[in-house]
Design a protein around this ligand. Structure first.
Ligand code: SF4
Length: 358
């Protein structure tokens, strides 16, 4: 069974423009959606895109820079982001910090290049820092938009984005009662990358209810499940993703905040996101959280599916393997390029891993 039609990325962009919103191209992966909306921008995320050649972007970075940064820079240089008025580059990692500098200082595209520095811990000083950083971003957006959000604009943006975030959380909570395979499930989850909040809520509501397909339970970790045919290969191997630790997935399940000030509210929510290597979560805490999630979901092992050269992910792999191994969970790690279809070597490794869990 498949879900009903969802707007494509280009349809979502056209609809946003028709509503009078400007487009903000956003690099991965933590950022304040409601802040953009309150200032009149519709965020459309850029995870590569896969398949865009590395050549042009590659000239501006070391050879060991990940595909997301290099292919996104190629895409920018080729005019792929021409409908965007703003390019927002969060400081997720050194590679993205480098991209923010290269784009802003050297490439100087037609888009306004904005950055967002995220703290690496959750102390009161980190919150203060993030609040100041979000206010700085808000000032830049207000300068570009020619005005600040009204109270009603803030209320609309917060309500809409929080409803969409709650919808995403409900999709994960109700996973076992959704009659779709992993590929369909993650196509809906990932439509949050470009749909308006209301469109995403509608897309989630259209997912058929029933019983999820069976399979050997896996926790899928990493940055982004590209190509999406990964899920077809997992299903063919007899596996099912029963939980995830994906940057493009459950790492963006933001908790609610009761702060009255909109910016403080956004800061609280961003700082409350699940354990995450790009946010400096200590490895023992991250491993314990993952083991808890695997136990709750019935996962038998964890597949770390990384974009090649992703440093924040790679740093954690050896210790994660040890901690989770001690807890009885085997871990497999594969690296891929965002160039097209999955290679046979990776497919074979995944199939062999699933066989060991059967
Ligand atoms: S894949 Fe890793 S290194 Fe590349 S942008 Fe994402 S977090 Fe940074």
């Amino acid at each position: 069974m498949t879900v009903t039609h969802r707007p494509s990325r280009s349809e979502a962009i056209a609809r946003a423009e028709a509503r009078g919103q400007r487009i903000a191209a956003v690099l991965p992966y933590h950022y304040p959606r409601a802040l953009l909306r309150a200032h009149g921008f519709h965020p459309v995320e850029v995870w590569g895109p896969p398949g865009v050649p590395r050549d042009e972007g590659g000239r501006h970075f070391q050879a060991y820079t990940c595909d997301i940064v290099v292919r996104a820079t190629s895409f920018l240089l080729r005019g792929g982001l021409e409908r965007a008025g703003v390019l927002l580059v969060p400081h997720t990692c050194d590679a993205l910090q480098g991209m923010g500098s290269v784009a802003g200082d050297f490439l100087q595209p037609s888009q306004h290049v904005l950055t967002l520095y995220l703290p690496r811990a959750g102390r009161p000083t980190d919150r203060e820092y993030l609040v100041a950083e979000l206010r700085r971003l808000s000032d830049r957006l207000a300068g570009i938009a020619g005005g600040r959000p009204t109270d009603a604009g803030w209320a609309d943006a917060l309500a809409a984005e929080e409803a969409a975030d709650e919808t995403l959380a409900a999709l994960y909570r109700d996973r076992e009662a959704l009659a779709v395979g992993d590929r369909e499930f993650y196509e809906v989850v990932r439509s949050r990358e470009y749909l308006a909040a209301e469109e995403f809520v509608e897309a989630a509501a259209a997912v058929p209810r029933g019983t999820a397909p069976s399979g050997i339970g896996l926790l899928l970790s990493g940055i982004v499940p590209e190509p999406m045919s990964l899920f077809d290969h997992l299903a063919e191997a007899g596996a099912r993703v029963v939980a995830d630790d994906l940057a493009a997935g459950a790492r963006r399940l933001y908790p609610p905040s009761d702060a009255a000030d909109p910016i403080e509210r956004l800061a609280d929510r961003l700082l409350g996101s699940p354990p995450d290597p790009t946010r400096g979560t200590p490895i023992a805490a991250r491993a314990a959280a993952l083991a808890g999630r695997m136990a709750a979901a019935g996962a038998k092992g964890m597949l770390i599916y990384d974009v090649a050269f992703c440093e924040p992910e790679l740093f954690d792999v050896p210790l994660l393997r040890r901690h989770l191994g001690d807890a009885g969970y085997p871990v497999a790690h594969v690296e891929v390029e965002l160039g097209g279809e999955l290679g046979h070597r990776v497919i074979t490794r995944i199939e062999a891993f699933v066989e060991t869990l059967a």
